[in-house]
Design a protein around this ligand. Structure first.
Ligand code: URA
Length: 474
């Protein structure tokens, strides 16, 4: 078998001319070495590209390939791998020699490689569209915009029309080490590549862009790994915004804190609420004393006192209820009324010592509506839960329990910061947003409201079963 050296112009059109000729001669892929004209390899010139068209068209055998191959070839021809031309010919040969449906065989090695190269080109084009930044240069004819970019592959021809559409009325050049594109508002031209030093480095547009980027940068959405994956470091030298990034990243946590504080404050002000007077890094005693004066929401007005949490300062388990009821409001202690008695019974049955638990409520004031002479429980709303939450957070910070148990929806809403489906979440341990684990179960009062004895008994047994998870953790 003799090996033919094919020297061709390394463009899709150049390769196509040579490949067509090779097919006409019946040269199998193994018989050809593809040699791009102008590359460093020796040009033996055994089979020059211009020789390809010597056969009259009428006598040339007719080769048919699927359109999808031509589309793939257009991208693959831009890949920087040396093997692309030989790969294209191998696939072309197989398509025209008994495997017309080859491209549908995704597992085929050649097809797989072809598709991988195609994807690499698409990614590179996408990155070029996203990361080219023009800098303004003043010339005798006015302003000219110049960008420097280093694509991984030979994609400038593929990408240029995007910039023509986008910056049609600007005069610009995109310089790359491989090829350069130039647009004069009418005509697109390509020239040889240039070194990086040919590109300008600083200008007024850059300052504007920097100010704009700093403005749109959202610190709350900072995800460093994702940012580096989307904006690989190799492009950073060309992107003015990367100069601003270290300082923006460093300031991000403080800015998020400020954003949160402002948005919480805005919510609170909206409804005439205020921030509770939670002393920083206080112990339980100090928190309890400070909570006595809390008027952060209107509930204090109708309550007798603040009912704060109660129990050992180093309890391993914290139980959160909803809010004090009528009896708790009078006694100033959590869970001493009917719901408390039911809770005590269930805890005892589950083998849990209540005295070892810290028991508190999501909302620290009794919310009620009058019915005759009675004060009827009224469920706290989301704003009241949100405003009271810093007290609960401070209690959990001071205690650092291993397990936080939410009795009912209000408690879970407060701990997780948003509504929770209690019946879906109940009975399974999960991470607590305040540290340690969390367990959601029903509120004991909900058992008292069940329609009949059988349902109450069943509900109670399920509640006890949930509480069994607390035994041996105290
Ligand atoms: N219900 C609660 O949620 N907490 C109490 O303290 C009493 C009843």
């Amino acid at each position: 078998m003799t090996i033919e050296q094919i020297t061709f112009e390394p463009t899709l059109a150049g390769w196509q001319r040579s490949a067509r000729h090779a097919l006409q001669l019946g040269l199998s892929p193994d018989e050809i070495v593809w040699h791009a004209a102008g590359s460093a390899q020796p040009d033996l010139g055994l089979f020059q590209e211009h020789a390809a068209d010597t056969t009259p068209a009428s006598q040339a055998p007719h080769f048919k390939v699927p359109r999808s191959f031509l589309i793939l070839a257009q991208n693959v021809a831009c890949h920087s791998s040396e093997i692309r031309w030989a790969l294209l010919y191998r696939v072309l040969w197989r398509l025209t020699h008994g495997e017309p449906k080859l491209l549908e065989v995704a597992m085929d090695q050649d097809v797989h490689l072809l598709r991988e190269m195609d994807s690499a080109i698409r990614r590179d084009v996408h990155k070029m569209h996203a990361f080219v930044r023009f800098r303004e240069v003043r010339t005798e004819d006015g302003i000219y915009s110049v960008a420097w970019f280093e694509p991984e592959h030979h994609i400038i021809e593929l990408s240029a029309s995007f910039f023509v559409d986008r910056f049609a009325s600007m005069r610009w050049s995109i310089l790359t080490p491989d090829r350069c594109a130039h647009w004069d508002t009418r005509e697109l031209r390509f020239t040889e590549g240039v070194p990086r030093t040919a590109a300008p480095t600083d200008d007024a547009v850059e300052k504007l862009w920097l100010a704009y980027y700093s403005h749109i940068f959202n610190p709350a959405r900072l995800k460093l790994q994702k940012m580096q994956a989307d904006m690989p470091k190799r492009y950073w030298p060309n992107l003015p915004e990367t100069a601003a990034l270290p300082s923006l990243i460093q300031k991000a946590p403080k800015r998020v804190e400020h954003m949160l504080a402002t948005s919480e404050r805005r919510k609170v002000q909206e409804t005439d609420f205020s921030t509770p007077p939670v002393p920083p890094s206080a112990d339980l005693r100090q928190l309890q004393a400070a909570a006595k004066t809390c008027q952060a929401c209107p509930l204090w007005k109708n309550a007798s006192c603040t009912v704060f949490g109660e129990g050992p300062a180093h309890a391993r388990i914290v139980l959160i209820g909803e809010q004090p009821g009528d009896q708790e409001d009078r006694a100033g202690k959590p869970f001493v009324g009917p719901a408390g008695q039911l809770l005590n019974r269930a805890l005892a049955q589950a083998g849990v010592d209540r005295a070892a638990l810290y028991v508190t409520n999501a909302v620290k004031h009794f919310k009620w509506v009058p019915r005759g002479k009675r004060r009827m429980h009224d469920t706290p709303n989301a704003k009241e839960i949100l405003v009271c939450r810093p007290w609960l957070e401070a209690e959990l910070r001071a205690i650092q329990p291993d397990l936080t148990v939410c009795l009912g929806g209000t408690a879970a809403h407060s701990l997780f910061g948003s509504p929770v489906r209690v019946l879906q979440e109940r009975g399974r341990l999960q991470p607590s947003p305040c540290g340690g684990q969390a367990l959601v179960t029903v509120h004991p009062s909900s058992l008292l409201r069940l329609p009949d004895k059988a349902a109450q008994e069943k509900g109670y047994q399920q509640f006890v079963d949930d509480l069994r998870l607390l035994a041996n953790r105290q």
